[in-house]
Design a protein around this ligand. Structure first.
Ligand code: FES
Ligand code: FE2
Length: 417
């Protein structure tokens, strides 16, 4: 008998999770669970906060509010990337508002304590001659630059298994040369649902054919599993053909020195990730309305025949193509509100209207995100209904969700819930 009491503990809710089914309602809807999620999944695990190219030049800074914390990522005068807590060492005021800016020093608006871009406190008026500035530098946040994707962990004891993601990410992202990209576009989409529903939605393509006409031009939903018994003989033939083509293409890419096979660390781990190089359908080049490259100035090694390298973390997903990259960060705002921040990265020298058409570059994922946002809202409304009982995941198309739910419960348990 499920305990539906609104007063049950988080631990009881975790006990109620049934293998192979979606989570008990309270794990999606309750404020105390949301706060626990922030504490455990967003402060004690590695989270993605954005691409390195957000701050290309010395003095470029971006403040990112995520999970109740705020971080400043900046490029210092020597070109070093740094990540600080956006908390003044005087009385704690936020130094920068969320968003991008250019600074020569970091000046707290409250009483003008002024920090160098290295974080050192340079100036603090009226503090007396015995005041030791050297003990009042900005606090650094643990961060790793994984092939141009910046990950932070706000805990003093970060999960060591980030090493696996670092090894895989560095190798697989190298050909895209993220250091020499720029942000061509960014959207902040508010989804009316819990962040775990956003992640669940992203980890299956069961919904793709019915909901994503634009994405399905280039994306192959069969790559994310199917029940052969559900397919017509004709579709079964298509699936067989695709599987053979995928195997041959993967072998060819790997023989050329481009690792492509799936690598995943999804269960019994702190750092949750998966990567795989996928075939792009049709013209085979990019996630655009006709699957041809949107940008003529290609990234890195300059190949547009290396498919779509996808990468997931527990608050992110990315697709790396020859001509552009989409990178998505999931920012929980409340039990029923999540921000999806997407950036489109192109070669740093690519010029809009000359090297690419803006709509061709952005339209597929703008449409896809809106469709997904609406599905997440629909899903959250349903799990909030007293009539909701956890439903069965498809063993063919939703295995990833089952693993994600299991990983989530394990992680909460590992941190005392
Ligand atoms: S709180 Fe920043 S200077 Fe006072
Ligand atoms: Fe989707």
């Amino acid at each position: 008998m499920l305990d539906k009491s609104p007063f049950s503990t988080i631990s009881t809710l975790l006990d109620e999770r049934v293998e192979g089914r979606s989570l008990p309602a309270g794990l999606y809807t309750r404020e105390d669970v949301f706060q626990a999620d922030l504490e455990v999944l967003f402060r004690k695990h590695w989270i993605y906060i954005g691409p390195e190219c957000d701050v290309p030049e010395p003095g470029d800074a971006v403040a990112i509010d995520i999970g109740g914390s705020s971080l400043i990522m900046l490029r210092d005068d020597d070109g070093e990337l740094r990540v600080f807590h956006n908390v003044c060492r005087h009385r704690g005021a936020r130094i920068l508002d969320a968003g991008t800016t250019v600074v020569s020093k970091l000046v707290c608006p409250y009483h003008q304590w002024t920090y160098e871009l290295t974080g050192e406190l340079a100036h603090a008026p009226h503090m007396g001659k015995d005041f030791d500035k050297t003990c009042n530098s900005l606090r650094h946040a643990n961060f790793r630059n994984i092939g141009g994707l910046i990950h932070v962990c706000l805990s003093d004891d970060p999960p060591a298994d980030i090493a696996a993601l670092e090894a895989v990410g560095r190798e697989r992202l190298l050909p895209y040369d993220l250091k020499n990209t720029r942000v061509a576009h960014q959207t902040d989409l508010i989804e009316n649902g819990n962040w775990k529903l956003t992640m669940e939605n992203n980890r299956e393509c069961y919904h793709c054919s019915a909901n994503h006409p634009e994405l399905c031009v280039s994306f192959i939903d069969l790559d994310f599993g199917f029940d052969p018994e559900s397919l017509s003989p004709e579709d079964r033939e298509t699936a067989d053909r695709h599987e053979a083509m995928y195997a041959a293409q993967t072998a060819e890419w790997e023989a050329q020195g481009h690792p492509s096979a799936a690598i995943e660390q999804l269960t019994n781990c702190g750092t949750n990730f998966r990567t795989q190089r996928l075939i792009i359908s049709g013209a085979g080049e990019s996630q655009t309305p006709d699957a041809t490259a949107a940008v003529s100035k290609l990234l890195g090694i300059g190949r547009k025949d290396l498919g779509d390298m996808h990468l997931w973390g527990h608050n992110s997903w990315h697709h790396f193509m020859g001509d552009h990259i989409i990178t998505a960060m999931v920012i929980p705002l409340g039990p029923d509100k999540t921000m999806l921040r997407m950036k489109w990265l192109v070669h740093k020298d690519a010029v809009e209207g000359v090297d690419y058409d803006f709509d061709k570059l952005t339209s597929v994922w703008i449409a896809t995100n809106e469709q997904d946002g609406s599905l997440v809202g629909r899903s959250h409304a349903g799990v909030s209904d007293p009539a909701y009982v956890p439903g069965m995941y498809s063993p063919f198309t939703e295995t990833q969700l089952n693993w994600f739910a299991g990983w989530y419960v394990d992680r909460m348990r590992a941190h005392g819930y």
